[in-house]
Design a binder for this molecule. Structure first.
Ligand code: 13P
Length: 232
């Protein structure tokens, strides 16, 4: 069974030339399904079979300075869009806004990659973590057919600042439990894991039966390592 591997490049790299070079160095014949999410400004100039965006707005057009809409993303051939990333929640995205973004993506037949796990801490037990997830998912998925959504469990404390070899990922067993919880309670189409995924721990997540893929950040910028991961 192919797993879904979504590369979140975040605010990298700083030139289009480097972005194109990175995209060109990622295998298009990997064992797993791969989606590249470059910065919005590069979206129309990156060639890869599956392209995703890192965020979008909840309206398709109108007086919304600086925004990018799912309708515009659709027009560029974008198939996936990350919404509710902790780095966006940190700068003001509320659960209601995230719900609006999920709905707007689905209306354009773009698969939302809904990130949850903002507000979790390393000390919490499984039950406490599911309480945080419930609070987010109850609102983020309100009025949504969750079977059309990819939910990414990203425990915020485990997300690297860029180098996933210097930080600690969550345990694969814990991530598997959260995936089961999200699938059972919310009927999410797919659940993937993200936060400090690297060459050494990727297989552990990819081999869990209920984890349908991963959402790597830092390691997706290292072509050699990422190519290894997408073929695991
Ligand atoms: P890292 O893999 O760098 O921890 O980033 C994870 C992430 O935030 C992906 O969306």
């Amino acid at each position: 069974m192919k797993k879904l591997i979504i590369a979140n490049w975040k605010l990298n790299p700083t030139t289009l030339k480097d972005a194109q070079k990175l995209a060109a160095s990622i295998s298009v014949k990997a064992k797993n399904k791969v989606v590249l999410c470059p910065p919005t400004i590069y979206l129309s100039n990156i060639q890869y079979p599956n392209i995703g965006a890192q965020d979008c707005f909840w309206a398709d057009k109108g007086p919304h300075t600086g925004q990018t809409s799912p309708a515009q993303l659709k027009d560029l051939g974008v198939k996936y869009c990350i919404v509710g990333h902790s780095e966006k929640r940190e700068t003001g995205d509320t659960d209601e806004m995230v719900n609006g973004k999920v709905k707007a993506c689905l209306a354009q037949k773009i698969t939302p990659v809904l990130c949850v796990g903002f507000g979790t801490t390393v000390e919490q037990d499984d039950l406490e973590v599911t309480d945080v997830l419930k609070k987010q998912l109850n609102v983020n998925l309100a009025g949504v057919d969750a079977s059309q959504v990819v939910v990414a469990y990203e425990p915020v404390w485990a997300i690297s600042k860029g180098n996933p070899y210097l930080t600690r990922a969550a345990d694969a067993e814990h991530a598997e439990k959260m995936a089961i919880f999200i699938k059972t309670r919310y009927k999410a189409g797919k659940v993937i894991y993200g936060a400090s995924v690297n060459v050494n721990n990727a297989k552990g997540f990819l081999s869990q039966p209920n984890i349908d893929g991963i959402l790597p950040g830092g390691v997706s910028l290292i072509a050699k390592d990422f190519n290894q991961i997408i073929n695991m």
